[in-house]
Ligand binder design. Structure first.
Ligand SMILES: [Ca+2]
Ligand SMILES: [Ca+2]
Length: 291
């Protein structure tokens, strides 16, 4: 080894040692530096603050979770109550549907009911919740036959579309058409005209009555028609009392005076009949009511 080499090696070793000593001295300087310590304290304080903040957030989240769990429990309870209510409502709806069906059946039955009456002197019914069963001819026993005074007293409303019987009668009981006798008392031009009639059905009612002496119906009753009381002549054969419409019509081509069963206006005859309230020798109102 040459001297130069040795010198070089010594220089290198010295250089390394010098560097090492400098490094050590530098590190000691950092550890003892107040700025470094202060910086580290500030960082530590920030970290502590972060920990505190995160802990607070965690507590808030735990509180929120607890509240949500409570709300969830309440909602489940509410859901259970609503399901119970829903079940009850479905039961109620089923019950109401059954009742509705029953009521509809009752209404159907009620709409099917009706009462009937004869409207004397008219070809049609009033049309006020009425339906016509048939229209036809008023009829009764002939007013006179020799000196006999027996036979039927009631009147009939014969339909205008008869189904005829081909057997010959026995000449002991007769049926004739009805004429307005009594001049034009019932209406102008009525003398000797023939009398129509209609069998009417008042729907949604169960009873029809004729009230003599009245021209209106009591509350709750439906007025079908009103008019005056009519019947046969006291010197003729018996005839029933009927309520002749206040605006009577005539049958077509019936103006000829052929007599038959005859209608006269009936009037009051005081005595056994209480006057008042009635008045002697007056025509008598009548009305047909239903309900
Ligand atoms: Ca006639
Ligand atoms: Ca006549």
């Amino acid at each position: 080894m040459s001297n130069l080499t040795v010198l070089c090696l010594l220089w290198i070793v010295q250089f390394q040692l010098t560097n090492t000593v400098n490094e050590v001295q530098h590190k000691r300087l950092l550890l003892n530096d107040p700025d470094v310590i202060n910086s580290r304290l500030i960082n530590l304080e920030k970290s502590m603050q972060d920990v505190v903040r995160l802990t607070q957030q965690q507590q808030i989240m735990q509180s929120t979770i607890a509240q949500l769990q409570t709300q969830n429990t309440n909602m489940q309870s509410t859901m259970a109550q609503l399901e119970t209510k829903n079940t009850n409502m479905q039961s109620t709806i089923t019950h109401l549907q059954t009742e509705l069906t029953q009521e509809k059946e009752k209404v159907s039955l009620l709409s099917d009911r009706g009462s009937t009456y004869i409207r004397w002197g008219r070809k049609q019914c009033s049309g006020l919740h009425t339906e016509i069963m048939y229209t036809g001819f008023a009829s009764g026993q002939d007013y006179h036959r020799s000196n006999y005074y027996g036979g039927p007293a009631n009147m009939l409303c014969l339909p205008n579309n008869p189904e005829l019987n081909n057997r010959t009668g026995t000449s002991y009981s007769f049926l004739s058409g009805t004429e307005y006798e009594n001049g034009n008392f019932f209406v102008n031009g009525a003398a000797n005209e023939d009398v129509p009639c209609a069998l009417c059905r008042s729907v949604n009612t169960s009873t029809s009555i004729m009230i003599p002496g009245r021209e209106s119906c009591d509350s709750g009753w439906k007025l079908e028609y009103h008019g005056i009381l009519a019947s046969g002549h006291y010197g003729n054969k018996p005839s029933s009392y009927i309520c002749l419409d206040s605006h009577p019509e005539f049958l077509q081509a019936g103006e000829d005076d052929k007599n038959g069963h005859l209608l006269y206006a009936t009037q009051t005859n005081c005595g056994s009949l209480a006057c008042p309230p009635y008045v002697n020798n007056k025509a008598i109102n009548c009305v047909v009511c239903s309900r």
